[in-house]
Design a protein around this ligand. Structure first.
Ligand code: NAD
Length: 477
């Protein structure tokens, strides 16, 4: 079998130790990989590379099939960019896949039956990094959800379930509040679920879903979520399964993939041969499956399960009474190597290699009738509502009239309640009486009109009807 080129980064803190143990096991198991090493992390940050990597590294990553990455240390202080976010977004690694499994009775957990895979959208949502300081004292982040991005991750989740013999895909979202962004994610989930009639589907509002996940994780199978919920809940899931030290994760894209442990570089444990290499090892197992070496993946995973069953544990999962022998990083790796070829007796054996095929992303853009009918103009103004209203109430252009003023999404005019707390960002909504189509030029004239009365416009959003339905939220109050 030809060797598959992979990129390896040893990272910082405990990174080099757990990477050494992991690669040693891969080698002993017969993984056919050709290693290309790159330097990333703390040292590079200090050399002045803002995101912890030398741009020359892209060529190495591009020339290999996968990137196995140990954790890095993010330096304290401002001005540094996240290396992980840079790699995920630059390479288009849209799916973050995190199996969270309990290994009861060998690793203590309150949830002995837990076997959940979290599939987290990795590129959009509040992580698209579109943020503004709009006024001296108001900042805003844009939560971006696209049909194309949502289709990719949701189809990936169903496809993952199918390939791994899983029965159900659950959606977590909050479309009772975010009717447009999470609403779109939910709608696409319902559409794609129809393509997988053999897989059950269900949805939960994220708050109650999270509570249920923490209480009875065994009722879940695969859970798909937008980025932020997935970021938070995949850590919760890994922790309640037993330990964050035991979970690996895959970041999958169409043109590349990155595999890593979910924990950080644990600097206090560095250089002592005590760290648990399991998270990185399980990430490497996901990598072997991904690059078409499922037999080696199964062999290593089963040897690792057998080692857990034997009670050979690193300090983080060692428990008097359950564990038999406390070992260091290297000794744990050696124990796994000794067990290569064996299967666990009590824990469920791992089987990789189900028919994969190539996941086809079908994105058909929708084409509704789109009608421009008005504009929301955001103004920076420090003062009372009455004073604000008197300065702007006369503004109108063509058929466009002021229809509503809101503050933090709450309607303060017409109507409004004296208790409503107002900040220095005001939204003024304009449209015509009969919601007739307007031209962009009239909307721009509205912005000019604010300028004439010396009001600072800090943002504007054009209002569209899509097939006659508003493409903007209405205000509370
Ligand atoms: P951490 O995950 O490094 O450590 C949290 C706790 O878990 C510590 O008590 C640590 O000793 C323990 N721990 C973690 N991994 C372990 C292992 N494999 N074996 C045994 N014990 C383990 O989180 P932190 O302390 O918040 O972060 C340390 C550094 O790691 C920071 O600079 C942070 O930015 C970075 N970090 C990097 C990544 C990454 O590269 N993907 C992820 C998270 C944090």
């Amino acid at each position: 079998m030809a060797k598959t080129p992979i990129t390896v980064a040893e990272g910082d803190g405990i990174g080099p130790e757990i990477m050494k143990a992991t690669l040693h096991i891969l080698d002993a198991a017969g993984a056919q990989i050709e290693i290309h090493r790159v330097d990333i992390g703390e040292k590079l940050y200090h050399q002045g590379f803002q995101n912890g990597m030398d741009p020359k590294m892209w060529d190495v990553i591009r020339s290999t099939k996968a990137f196995l990455k140990a954790p890095i240390t993010t330096p304290q202080g401002g001005g540094f960019k996240s290396l992980n976010v840079t790699i995920r977004t630059t390479l288009g690694l849209y799916a973050n896949v995190r199996p969270c499994v309990s290994y009861f009775p060998f690793v203590a957990t309150k949830h002995p039956e837990m076997d959940v895979v979290i599939v987290r959208e990795n590129e959009e949502d509040l992580y698209s990094g579109i943020e503004y300081r709009q006024t001296p004292d108001v900042c805003s982040s844009i939560k971006l959800i696209s049909r194309a991005g949502s289709e990719k991750i949701i189809r990936y989740a169903f496809d993952y379930a199918k390939r791994h013999g899983r029965k159900k895909v659950t959606l977590f979202m909050k479309d009772n509040i975010m009717k447009f962004s999470d609403g779109l994610f939910h709608k696409i989930f319902d559409e794609i679920a129809q393509e997988y009639p053999d897989i059950l589907n269900e949805h939960w509002i994220v708050d109650i879903g999270a509570a249920k996940l923490a209480d009875t994780p065994e009722v879940f199978d695969v859970i798909v979520m937008p980025n932020l919920y997935g970021d938070i809940l995949s850590d919760v899931a890994a922790q309640i399964a037993g330990s964050v030290g035991l979970a690996g994760s895959a970041n999958i894209g169409e043109k590349g993939a990155m595999f890593e442990a979910i924990h950080g570089s644990a600097p206090r444990r560095a250089g002592q041969n005590v760290a648990n290499p399991s998270g990185l090892l399980l990430a490497a197992v996901q990598m072997l499956d991904h690059i078409g070496q499922p037999d080696v993946a199964s062999k290593i995973h089963n040897a690792w399960l057998k080692t857990l069953e034997e009670g050979i544990h690193t300090y983080d999962i060692f428990k008097e009474g359950t564990s038999k022998k406390k070992v260091g990083t290297q000794e744990f790796g050696d124990a796994v190597i000794k067990n290569l070829g064996k299967k666990p007796e009590q824990l469920k054996p791992a089987v990789y290699g189900k028919e994969k095929g190539h996941l086809v992303h079908k994105h058909v853009p929708t084409n509704p009738d789109r009608k421009l009918i008005g504009v929301d103009v955001y103004i920076y103004f420090r003062g009372q509502m009455t004073e604000f209203f008197s300065k702007i109430s006369h503004i109108n252009v063509a058929s466009l009239r002021l229809r509503m003023i809101t503050n933090r999404g709450v309607r303060v005019w017409p109507g409004g309640q004296p208790e409503t707390f107002c900040i220095e960002q005001w939204r003024c909504r304009f449209f015509s009486d009969d919601l007739r189509t307007v031209v962009q030029d009239d909307l721009i004239k509205i912005l000019h009109a604010f300028d004439h009365v010396k009001m600072d416009v800090i943002r504007s959003e054009f209002l569209y009807l899509f097939d006659g339905k508003p493409g903007y939220s209405s205000a509370e109050g």
